[in-house]
Ligand binder design. Sequence first.
Ligand code: ZN
Length: 283
Amino acid sequence: MVRDFTNDHSALALNTATLGHNVEGAGMGWPVERVIDACAARGLGGIVFWRREIGSRAVEIGDRVRAAGLQMAGLCRTPFLVGPLAPVAVMDEFYGSIDMAAGLGAPVLTIVVGGVEPGTKGMGDSLKIVAERVAEAAPYAAARGVQLALEPLNPVYGGNRSCLVTVRDAVDLLEVIGAPNVGVAVDVYHVWWDTDLAAQLQRAKGRILGYHLCDWLADTQEVLLDRGMMGDGVADLRGIRAAVEAAGYQGLCEAEIFSAGNWWRRDPGEVLDTLVTRFRAVC
Ligand code: ZN
């Protein structure tokens, strides 16, 4: 049975990317506390922050979220682990992001793996490096109560942001890594096109650690910051959620809408109200 959200949005979580706060100079600049209170006032179930919002205040912000009655659902995200955008001190920064998730009390840290390693071609060599680096960090995360969620990105990001572009490859990677606290995050933006999604999610049964909501606009202008609000695009949101839940996922559904030209220009209160309405109506 797929969960019925028609009259219940307690499973809706805000990923603060939806308010633009993960990008310098974007969004309305609400302080973290105001975002927490606005989510709590609307009865959302949880919240996911980005590292740049947390700084050195992880413990304080995690406590603040729980005191407001919300789940501190997760943290976005690790540094890129491979590829042209990976930092020089990649493992130090990876461990630092795990420490931040632990400080927040966030059970899940999302991994965006990074693109094709300079000097190599195709995905294979880069995926091997990802497997090694995640396997190395997984016990450190486990000791701190943090699960690591590999998020395959839409293939449009294959060059610089993600050598991991299908749920199929993500599950293959889980099998190579072999760590019990590593799973997969499923994001509508990245998987909506995949006609093999339901079958691949069955392979990930019990290892889905997150489900991210938005929509794919039929006339997408730009692939990074032009995501659609749920219901405004062509993704089969109900079908994707049915496949995710059939693979055992019963957790929060995290609205994550990068939208520099539209939703980030609106009042965050209006954006949150719209999330609630659309979550009940079309998700
Ligand atoms: Zn996502």
